[in-house]
Design a protein around this ligand. Structure first.
Ligand SMILES: [Zn+2]
Ligand SMILES: [Zn+2]
Length: 284
């Protein structure tokens, strides 16, 4: 399986607009791995994209993605969904539209029934935003009531125990015995599902990195952030309990106050853990 981290950023892109902190200034100067688009993942074998943050069209161009046949949604938070207009950018042929030539292949918009219901709550004056693209035959809803099998890869949704529906995904290439897990956001408590055991790779977000963040803010033992997000120690525990070989941390927030260079240096402290950057290719 070949994954590409299309966007490794968090809720706020990096550089954060207006921000003059060291990390944002460096990101504007150097670009490349120093800047981050919103959080999304691409699986080349299945022409599959997970989530559509607002800047997804630019991120797809930057990662030179050539084909998207399906989009999988983890949950409805705006930082994962508000680039849904990408269905139009992927499939609309404006001149065909005026000659009544329908789009040749709508993109499958896939989610569990619970997440789909939440997605349908994202609406504009026309009703649910997704209805607009489905109506134009640019997208097609596909409910994941069971695992999807695409390009020889089985994709199963594992729900997180939250009031708001959130899915994590397990990707299995059974023929080669390879397995990857994607849990980018809102995944605490982490669903310690047996289907994730012995995964070759876990790509995980919802994690703050280090105890000292932007502007030297200290995240002490009782800090509220610890209730919402995983610490690096939590991640190492998940890795060990589920016998996961490698971990890649994504959904990296500007608030962590670290640059690409800082993350590269940190990798020495956390064996088996890497920090994502935009365009990072992961062969599993
Ligand atoms: Zn900044
Ligand atoms: Zn998020």
């Amino acid at each position: 399986m070949k994954f590409i981290i299309v966007g490794s950023g968090g809720c706020v892109c990096l550089p954060k607009p207006l921000c003059q902190c060291r990390v944002c200034v460096e990101a504007r100067q150097k670009g490349g791995r120093y800047k981050r688009y919103g959080c999304s993942l691409y699986l080349e074998d299945a022409a599959l994209l997970v989530d559509t943050p607002e800047d997804i069209a630019h991120a797809l161009n930057a990662a030179d993605v050539r084909s998207v046949e399906r989009v999988l949604y983890t949950h409805r938070d705006p930082d994962h969904t508000l680039g849904m207009r990408v269905f139009q950018q992927l499939r609309l042929e404006f001149l065909d539209y005026y000659e009544n030539i329908p789009p040749s292949s709508p993109v499958d918009a896939c989610a569990t029934p619970e997440v789909m219901e939440a997605l349908n709550g994202i609406s504009i004056g026309y009703g649910p935003l997704l209805d607009y693209y489905v109506g134009m035959k640019l997208a097609k809803r596909k409910l994941m009531t069971e695992a999807l099998v695409v390009g020889g890869i089985k994709i199963s949704a594992v729900p997180v125990d939250k009031r708001e529906p959130v899915s994590t995904f397990v990707f299995e290439e059974e023929e080669k015995g390879r397995k990857a897990v994607y849990a980018p956001c809102d995944c605490k408590p982490f669903p310690m599902d047996e289907s994730m055991r012995d995964a070759d790779l876990l790509i995980v977000g919802n994690t703050f990195v280090g105890d000292t963040l932007k502007d030297n803010r200290i995240i002490g033992p009782g800090h509220l952030l610890r209730q919402e997000l995983h610490s690096m120690e939590d991640i190492l525990e998940i890795k060990s309990e589920l016998s996961i070989t490698d971990v890649v941390i994504t959904h990296i927030e500007e608030d962590w106050g670290k640059s690409y260079g800082d993350y590269v240096a940190l990798e020495d402290e956390y064996p088996g853990v890497k920090f994502a950057y935009d365009g990072m290719a992961l062969e599993v």
